[in-house]
Design a protein around this ligand. Structure first.
Ligand code: UD1
Length: 419
């Protein structure tokens, strides 16, 4: 797997219809949440990506029964026998930190190490730990091993987040849904994936109000029961395929996605000169006209422009007429794709949080390495719009979040294969 590459012959406009995958950033916390439930949890539209497999390995390690068949994941946590997640499993997936809230909420204890490396710069977990302490957990952090326990159970409380962190908001919801009394999260993250997690927990018997706003109120319940739930569509995968259509001056239809979910980035594509039409559960994209640069793109917590869409849209803008400016506010090292794009002929200048992309006439296929999940996807977008052959190595980063990306792009006429 580690040696696989994606090879692209660029220059073919993408055309046709695709169905969008289930959202990674919603399915992973929902899978963790299944630990809190009695009986069987059936998660539909679960993306077949390596982060899902890593989640299943964590659940199996904890003694849960876990079966992924097609896009349906069935979990039973009734025989859960452990509360420790090994270092190896923690490092496989950055979002493994949400097992802190899920295990504390389900068993009142957990033992884990810090989640994997520093793909996007430092990713501290201080807010997660502070929140668990506020809920009454004792947290010991020695030699990189974090031990949490709540011998007298977790107790609802008021938590004001200093920043609307997605992962921290999820961890609090997971820990507090079965805590005693009421928990109020102020300055909560408002991402649609938070709402999806709340809807799942409520379907299992939880009492969570206000998800999707800055104030979430969780009224703790004694028990949760597994249910059947369909994961929301992946808006970042949608942004990626729209970027690929834009980079190739193509015309595609994305099925199975509510256009409202794409609100935070659709206007950027419109400024680029793409025609976007949203109807029912489809997004139609016509990018046949030459692309124009856009003003400033500033990544922000939801409902602002999502940091996860920054790299793929940057790749599409490499050939747009004029200069576009990006300001990355969420993560420190989120311009790792730039070196590869420049190697392909792009004109991008980075200074601290800011990147200026000045459109060039052509990009040229090249040998590049995926640096991280969205950075890797941006190389696919650039490769599809480039002249000649692009070879992308280290594609295990891309497999963390995209289901069948090469087959989907092939179905749109793109010349792409995995070797
Ligand atoms: C989640 C998403 C990720 C997305 C990000 C921002 C998942 C699995 N991942 O990541 O795809 O890019 O939201 O929308 O859903 N911070 C701290 N201390 C903490 C926690 C966070 O300082 O304890 C900082 C981070 O360094 C970062 C910012 O807060 O600068 C945002 O992080 P957060 O919203 O927590 O992102 P993730 O949950 O890691």
């Amino acid at each position: 797997m580690q040696n696989q590459k994606i090879v692209i012959e660029g220059g073919v406009p993408l055309r046709g219809d695709i169905k969008i995958q289930g959202a990674k950033n919603s399915s992973l916390p929902i899978i963790a949440a299944s630990l809190l439930c009695e009986g069987e949890t059936v998660i539909k539209n679960c993306p077949r990506i390596s982060d899902t497999y890593a989640s299943c390995r964590i659940l199996s390690h904890l003694g849960c029964r876990c079966n992924l068949s097609g896009n349906v994941l069935t979990v039973s946590a009734d025989k859960k026998s452990s509360c420790s997640v090994s270092d190896e499993l923690m490092s496989e997936m950055r979002s493994s930190i949400i097992y802190m809230g899920a295990l504390l909420g389900s068993s009142g204890e957990c033992c884990m190490t810090f989640p994997g490396g520093c793909e996007l710069g430092p990713r501290p977990i201080d807010m997660h730990i502070d929140a668990m302490k506020k809920l009454g957990a004792r947290v010991k952090d020695e030699y990189g091993i974090i031990e949490c326990s709540a011998p007298h159970g977790l107790k609802g409380t008021k938590i004001i987040l200093s920043y609307p962190s997605v992962g921290t908001t999820e961890n609090i919801m997971l820990a507090a849904v079965k805590a005693e009394g009421e928990t109020v999260i102020s300055n909560a993250a408002m991402e649609p994936e938070i709402t999806d997690l709340a809807e799942f927990l409520n379907k299992c018997g939880g009492r969570i109000k206000g998800a999707g706003t800055g104030k979430i109120v969780i009224d703790g319940v004694k028990k949760l029961y597994g249910c059947t739930y369909t994961v929301m569509p992946d808006r970042i995968a949608a942004a990626t395929y729209i970027s690929a259509a834009a980079a190739t001056n193509g015309e595609i239809n994305i099925l199975g996605i509510d256009g409202l979910l794409c609100d935070s980035f659709i206007s950027v594509f419109e400024q680029m000169g793409c025609y976007i039409y949203i109807y029912d559960d489809r997004v139609y994209v016509n990018a046949e006209r030459p692309l124009r640069s856009v003003g400033k793109i500033i990544t922000m917590p939801h409902p602002g422009f999502p940091t996860d869409a920054q790299a793929v849209i940057m790749a599409a803008l490499c050939k747009a007429r004029g200069s576009s400016i990006f300001v990355e506010n969420i993560f420190e090292s989120r311009y790792k794709q730039v070196d590869a794009l420049v190697k392909m002929g792009a004109n991008i200048k980075v200074s601290g949080k800011t990147a200026v992309v000045t459109g060039v006439k052509r990009l040229y296929g090249s040998k590049v390495s995926a640096t991280d999940l969205r950075g890797g996807a941006s190389m696919i977008v650039a490769g599809l719009g480039a002249d000649g052959k692009t070879e992308i190595s280290d594609i295990y980063h891309i497999d963390r979040g995209y289901e069948n990306i090469e087959n989907i792009i092939s179905s749109l006429g793109g010349k792409i294969k995995r070797i």
